[in-house]
Design a protein around this ligand. Structure first.
Ligand code: C5P
Length: 240
């Protein structure tokens, strides 16, 4: 039976090993997965993954959002799998071949997640990137098309907005994992930040999200562990 904390993914969006270790120490009791992104991985390398394993029982998500030719993505995913990470990401935007190569490279060792459309991206951004109004006026069409590509390539799931999970699962099944960033508790709306398609933790759970990525509302709180506990309470209430 999953506990509320198992739904909570904390991104270690900090620049140093010392800062990352401090958050792992503070949050291990209330976070199910620690996510390592580009900034921390470029700074610390694979040692940061070992640090998380030593200091906590949480799973490890290496979020490098790979995006390259299929052969390079496949070979890189195989190296990431060698690190023993539980989850890793690849962009869906270039279509099936890159996704299939990522899944093949990861083998059964890592759950590969396809990044559909970043939650910081709006319809205006999509239009400016040259997509047809069919997509810029309805970003979900693009998200769903990319989720279908990830599903048929064999990805374990996708990263998408909490607003989009219900319909994606209706098309692709409830076992197709949905990881949702862009979550803002009602008590903490980070003014003017870069997330666009946001939902609250309770809305994300009600929508069927499997994992909630929540960073700044915890990282920048005066008491990060208390903020994480408050979010876990909200998740628990939404689950019942
Ligand atoms: O909660 P907060 O906005 O601080 O979370 C930011 C984290 O979510 C970053 O680590 C970012 O990489 C991640 N993320 C995202 N949108 C996506 C995928 C991941 O914001 N579509």
């Amino acid at each position: 039976m999953r506990q509320p904390k198992d739904y909570l993914v904390f991104p270690l969006d900090v620049p140093t090993m010392a800062a990352a270790a401090d958050y792992v120490r503070q949050l291990s009791a209330c976070v199910g997965i620690f996510k390592v992104g580009l900034e921390l991985f470029v700074q610390c390398g694979p040692e940061v993954l070992s640090m998380i394993r030593e200091k906590s029982d949480a799973a490890v998500f290496l979020d490098l959002k790979l995006h390259d030719i299929p052969a390079t993505v496949g070979r890189t995913m195989a190296r990431l799998a060698d690190y023993g990470v539980d989850f890793a990401t690849v962009h869906c935007g270039e279509g099936r071949a890159m996704l299939e190569s990522a899944v093949k490279g990861g083998g059964s060792r890592v759950s590969v997640l396809g990044v559909t459309v970043l939650t910081s991206v709006s319809g205006k951004d999509i239009a400016e990137a040259g997509f047809l109004p069919e997509y810029s006026e309805n970003v979900f069409r693009l998200v769903l098309g990319r989720a279908k590509a990830a599903h048929s390539a064999g990805c374990a799931g996708i990263v998408c907005s909490g607003k989009e999970v219900g319909e994606i699962k209706a098309h692709l099944g409830k076992d197709f994992v949905a990881v949702t960033p862009g979550i803002r508790p009602a008590w903490e709306q980070t003014a003017g930040d870069d997330q666009e398609r946001i939902v609250t933790p309770a809305e994300a759970i009600a929508g069927g999200s499997d994992y909630l990525v929540i960073g700044r509302p915890i990282r920048d709180a005066s008491d990060p562990a208390a903020a994480a506990r408050r979010i876990c309470n909200e998740i628990a209430a939404a689950l019942t």
